[in-house]
Design a binder for this molecule. Structure first.
Ligand SMILES: [Zn+2]
Length: 80
């Protein structure tokens, strides 16, 4: 089961076509976990618990010049 905390500021309605599945590495346990990214908003930040170790992962979503989705993850104690 996936629990996704989407940005509360987004105004577009839910659309499955705007969700992109990405695999990231947990900064705590190192496990690869799949997350669904809402691509309707390319500048967003949220916290989602790791599906393996249940620790809160900071997600920073952005896009490069080609419009490609960039997903960065940080642990709670990392400064960014
Ligand atoms: Zn983990």
């Amino acid at each position: 089961m996936l629990t996704i905390a989407l940005s509360e500021t987004r105004s577009l309605s839910m659309n499955i076509n705007q969700l992109s599945e990405k695999t990231i590495g947990c900064p705590y346990c190192g496990e690869s976990i799949k997350v669904l990214i809402d691509t309707s908003e390319l500048q967003q930040q949220y916290i989602e618990d790791c599906q393996v170790c249940c620790k809160p992962i900071n997600f920073i979503i952005s896009a490069n010049l080609e419009g490609e989705l960039i997903v960065n993850v940080y642990s709670e104690d990392e400064a960014f």
